[in-house]
Design a protein around this ligand. Structure first.
Ligand code: FES
Length: 166
């Protein structure tokens, strides 16, 4: 998404042109993945453009977009913070970790920070219960997490943004 919160039609056109299209749902999914990676969600206008270019009903694009958890129809942050509140993590203080993350990011009742750097979501199990409590940020897993480690971890991702902005 550009700084105005809109997407550029020619960027979507490029994604479609560069995709391997064989007329299957697989090629549609691959295009939607690329759009999701770029904008961190699937803008409605982008879905319309994709359906027009692929010659498929908009409803088909929406059915794929809403079926897979990896896709979002609302804007998400650049970094996805998944806080596990499954049984093992809950027992080991996952809820306190979630509260700390939300406080650090000033989230109140929102899921996504105002600068669209972070989206925080609760998950039920990340599949590594012996490491509880567990938080995943993008593809990084943080095990046996303590509240006092949270600011340093979040800073790591904020620093990455500052380095890019510099
Ligand atoms: S309950 Fe948290 S990883 Fe399984």
């Amino acid at each position: 998404m550009n700084p105005n919160g809109t997407f550029l039609a020619n960027e979507i056109e490029d994604i479609i042109l560069n995709s391997h299209q064989d007329g299957t749902d697989g090629s549609l999914i691959s295009i939607l993945e690329d759009i999701q990676d770029r904008y961190h969600f699937l803008p409605r206008d982008a879905l319309i453009l994709v359906s027009e270019r692929l010659g498929i009903p908009l409803s088909q694009a929406y059915s794929i977009a809403t079926f897979y958890n990896a896709f979002s129809l609302v804007p998400k942050g650049k970094h996805l913070v998944s806080v596990c509140l499954g049984t093992a993590c809950h027992v080991k203080g996952g809820g306190d970790i979630l509260d700390k993350i939300r406080r650090e990011l000033n989230l109140d009742s929102r899921e996504t920070t105002e600068d669209f750097q972070f989206t925080v979501e609760e998950v039920r199990c990340l599949g590594c219960c012996s490491l509880s409590p567990v938080v995943r940020v993008d593809n990084d897993t943080y095990a046996h997490l303590k509240q006092e480690q949270v600011p340093r971890i979040l800073k790591k991702y904020q620093r990455a943004k500052e380095a890019l902005d510099a």
